[in-house]
Write a protein that binds this ligand. Structure first.
Ligand SMILES: [Zn+2]
Length: 408
């Protein structure tokens, strides 16, 4: 059994691959490999994938994993939206689903959208915001489950915006969602959906997805900077995801960056998240305009000041918005520079949402990093923008389900 698992995992990591290559990598006898491959093909785990391109000798036939054998779900949520993906055994995306939560926390239409609201209420206590989020997680997952036969779904991975206890499947706390504490999300969801459910912090899911997305073979140290309503980082060090004793590793957003900074959702003050996140940017713009500052966003028809309006105004050269964004970039630069000194990554991956703010935003962050981080830590350091974008969270969450399956 052990050898069968080795063969399957070796093919997963090197596919398409030949039997000869399998022998080279695993050192298992050719006769045993042939028998195991035959067995795995019979069980529908493996498919032939054409012939090897070689100039000399007999051309070897290649093997790959049959993606359609099983599937996994991955889902990311925060206070504003839910994004779900259905992937096959090869992490290929089969279907996606997306739901907005609009004006969190309590709107009647959201409440009505929650399935089985009464049972939810007894499980998590009465709070329409919480019920709305869980209800929408359930309905998003259900719609994805309908895409393939239910017995083929291995499980659901959840990318959680806050702190989780992944062993118990409990979402412990989120600084972004009011009253979100100690939610037994794993149990609630697995009972409803009748599939195993695993929780992981969103920034950890994202760095895992980037690591597995075929960035470049050989890269073993990644720092992923998550930027949105909150700020966090995901760390891969020596090829391994850094979790921390209580799964708290990577809470970059709650590192203290200013002595007189704003109050943070975590209860402290001066945290990077409270100063530089997207929500902090919106808060600052609102405050300045209320105090009489001139800005293009002041004159929008509905009077609404949100992130999109701020970025749009900045792209038109609006001074107020540019100043606020530059200040945010400077603080982010300090936070990332500190993280680089701590983790010494080979590559820093920026959340795609940072690039959407305009080239100047990431350039300013990099400028501060070059000035603040140790020279030896940045000499060969590479900076890229995530190409996975909003798929990263759900993809990484689905990956933990797939990884566990292949480990078993
Ligand atoms: Zn904080």
């Amino acid at each position: 059994m052990e050898k069968k698992k080795i063969i399957l995992n070796t093919i997963r990591e090197n596919q398409p691959t030949s039997r000869t290559k399998l022998k080279e990598i695993t050192n298992i006898r050719p006769g045993t490999i042939s028998a195991l491959v035959k067995n795995l093909k019979k069980e529908n785990f493996l498919l032939e994938a054409g012939k090897e391109k070689s100039l000399r000798g007999r051309k070897q036939s290649l093997l790959r994993i049959n993606g359609e054998k099983y599937y996994a779900l991955g889902l990311e949520f925060d206070a504003e939206r839910i994004i779900g993906l259905l992937v096959d055994l090869n992490s290929t995306v089969i279907a996606s689903a997306h739901q907005g939560l609009e004006t969190f926390p309590t709107k009647n239409n959201l409440w009505e959208a929650s399935p089985d609201a009464d049972t939810l209420k007894t499980e998590i206590g009465e709070d329409k915001g919480r019920e709305a989020i869980i209800g929408k997680i359930i309905s998003t997952a259900e719609s994805l489950c309908q895409e393939v036969p239910s017995e083929k779904i291995l499980g659901l991975g959840i990318a959680d915006p806050g702190v989780v206890n992944s062993k118990e499947g409990v979402s412990l706390f989120s600084s972004l969602i009011p009253n979100w504490e100690n939610i037994p999300l794993g149990r609630i969801l697995s009972e409803r959906l009748k599939i195993p459910v695993k929780l992981i912090g969103a920034s950890k899911a994202k760095v895992l997805a980037e690591f597995n997305s075929g960035l470049e073979k050989g890269i073993k140290g990644i720092l992923f900077i998550e930027f949105g309503p909150g700020i966090a980082c995901g760390v891969i060090s020596d090829g391994v995801l850094l979790r921390g004793a209580n799964e708290m590793a990577g809470e970059l957003g709650h590192t203290h960056i200013s002595d007189d900074g704003a109050i943070c959702g975590c209860g402290s003050y001066g945290c990077l998240e409270a100063i530089a996140s997207m929500s902090a940017i919106v808060k600052k713009a609102k405050k300045s305009i209320k105090a009489g500052s001139e800005s293009l966003i002041k004159y929008s028809e509905d009077g609404e000041i949100n992130a999109d309006r701020i970025f749009e105004a900045a792209s038109k050269g609006d001074k107020l918005c540019l100043n606020i964004l530059n200040e945010s970039a400077r603080y982010l630069g300090l936070g990332v520079a500190n993280s680089i000194n701590l983790f010494n990554p080979e590559m820093v991956i920026f959340d795609q949402r940072m690039a959407l703010l305009g080239e100047f935003f990431i350039e300013e962050i990099k400028r501060v990093i070059k000035r603040q981080a140790l020279r030896f830590a940045t000499e060969n350091l590479r900076f890229v923008v995530s190409s996975l974008g909003e798929k990263a969270g759900p993809l990484g969450a689905a990956t933990i389900i797939l990884d566990e399956f292949f480990k078993r």
